[in-house]
Design a protein around this ligand. Structure first.
Ligand SMILES: Nc1nc2c(c(=O)[nH]1)N[C@H]1C(S)=C(S)[C@@H](COP(=O)(O)O)O[C@H]1N2
Ligand SMILES: [Mo]
Length: 177
């Protein structure tokens, strides 16, 4: 029996939703809706997010990032002569707080540097959304206030242009796609 397109339409919509969701890395949404920031917004997450706290986006101030579990990555980098200690939340936890569901992050920095970061990276590695360098917040002139840092000293693979390119300093926004 032929199925009319009218009958197919809603089913195709559902299927498209499932096809979109299942292979995408589903990051567990936070249990509660994200509170709005009270201080200056350092990071805006747009795109496929389930926990917005503003129109079409999840904004984070420093206090919100500090409220997430804190991690440290002590590593050499291409940017500094010596090993340095970066700290802040894991990028995966920031994405989870925004209820992000996607495969790719379109990162944009304050200097308009743009790069695409696979969400998979955030699950495979301890990718930090660094808020501090050696315990101190970073000024814009010191590549702050937010710096995406991979644990470069963990593997030779991470010490490559591929991952250095994805290490956006002066990060301002992430678009979840
Ligand atoms: N905000 C910002 N982040 C950035 C860049 C940039 O120009 N701006 N350059 C990227 C590239 S291409 C590399 S290899 C590394 C090192 O860049 P640098 O040599 O400009 O420090 O940082 C990455 N992160
Ligand atoms: Mo680069």
């Amino acid at each position: 029996m032929p199925v009319s397109p009218v009958h197919c339409a809603p089913r195709r919509g559902l299927l498209r939703q499932l096809v979109g969701w299942v292979p995408a890395l589903a990051l567990a949404p936070a249990a509660l809706a994200l509170e709005p920031p009270s201080g200056p917004v350092l990071l805006s997450i747009t795109g496929r997010i389930g926990q917005p706290n503003a129109a079409q986006r999840a904004d984070f101030d420093l206090a919100m990032l500090d409220a997430l579990p804190q991690h440290e990555v002590v590593t050499r980098t291409p940017w500094f002569k010596t090993e340095r200690r970066f700290s802040g939340p894991l990028l995966r936890d920031v994405l989870a707080a925004a209820g992000a569901r996607g495969k790719t992050l379109g990162a944009v920095a304050l200097n308009d540097y743009k790069v695409e970061i696979p969400v998979e990276d955030t699950l495979a590695f301890r990718v930090l959304l660094a808020t501090r360098l050696d315990g101190k917040t970073m000024a814009v002139r010191d590549k702050g206030p937010l710096f995406i840092v991979y644990p470069y000293d963990d593997s030779a693979d991470l010490r490559s242009e591929r991952y250095y390119n994805r290490s956006a300093w002066q990060l301002r926004s992430l678009d979840v796609r």
